[in-house]
Design a protein around this ligand. Sequence first.
Ligand SMILES: Cc1cc2nc3c(=O)[nH]c(=O)nc-3n(C[C@H](O)[C@H](O)[C@H](O)COP(=O)(O)OP(=O)(O)OC[C@H]3O[C@@H](n4cnc5c(N)ncnc54)[C@H](O)[C@@H]3O)c2cc1C
Ligand code: FES
Length: 284
Amino acid sequence: MNTVPENATLRVDGVVTANGSVSSGLLKLDLELSSDLLDGAHFLPGQFAMLNLPGSRGFVFSRPFSIYDWQGPVVSFLYRVVGIGTAALNELGPGEKVTFLGPLGQPFPQLADDQAAILIGGGVGLPPVASWLQRWGRAQDRGYFGARDGADVPWGQLQGSWQVSVDEAVKIPEDQVAFRGRVTDLVDQDQSLDDSFRRVVLACGPIPMLKAAAALADARGWDCFVSLEEHMGCGYGACKGCVVPVTDPEQGYRNATCCQEGPVFSASDVVWDRYGVSPLPTVE
Ligand SMILES: Cc1cc2nc3c(=O)[nH]c(=O)nc-3n(C[C@H](O)[C@H](O)[C@H](O)COP(=O)(O)OP(=O)(O)OC[C@H]3O[C@@H](n4cnc5c(N)ncnc54)[C@H](O)[C@@H]3O)c2cc1C
Ligand code: FES
């Protein structure tokens, strides 16, 4: 019998069942969790997990990754190799262990019947928006994925109502189509986004893409929620190493923890002028 409270955070071991490329830059990692008390019902789209290697191979700080999929005891992630932690994940083969702490953080909102999602994912920003579409997607919801070129697109993962944009229109498979330009321009020119629903943007990706998504939503009068990828230490509110500037009626702005109050924030709460900008002065 399942006795874990819904959405409880658990620290468990996972065993790698698959780990391989889904595009030129993205890999998919499947972990079978050791707890048979957990299943996919325990995560909500937009939540993340802190991953690490066990024992002496482990890192001081676990690394945060959005939960992409969760079927039975197997939880999946999409990741890009950018440094030592993700390079170590890339080395793992079937049977090797990973420590898992999750699910963590605030999810994207589920939408009402008269609302329609505009899901925008850029690069490794795909997992939280794809998991939203898989869990809660309806006929009126649309997905838009932006990549560098056709080789960077995980075509096999984009089932259903996805449209794709590329910076460079090269390496696109013959049976696929892609818009050339920014993913937010792809959304902006989509004539099917009429007023028959209240549109809500749910976005995850590089900061310039999120700023463009927030600006587009603002211009069109749409609500917008963004999932932010801050550097994280603990993942549960203890270290204060992951702060995001959000509006505050008294002080103008305050620092919110991305791991606890986010990673999903209303775009209208984020102080975009201060976000992603180094607080340190530049030395000439
Ligand atoms: C809530 C959340 C969800 C995330 N989901 C995913 C995901 O689904 N797939 C994925 O590939 N990545 C995701 N990330 C980013 C991922 O955590 C980092 O890429 C990872 O921690 C890098 O570890 P590393 O040891 O390989 O890199 P490091 O050696 O620590 O750093 C290498 C480079 O990556 C940069 N970097 C490190 N951490 C981050 C970060 N959090 N955001 C942006 N740049 C960073 C560093 O500044 C440096 O330039 C997520 C981050 C957060 C906060
Ligand atoms: S990562 Fe430690 S407080 Fe957010």
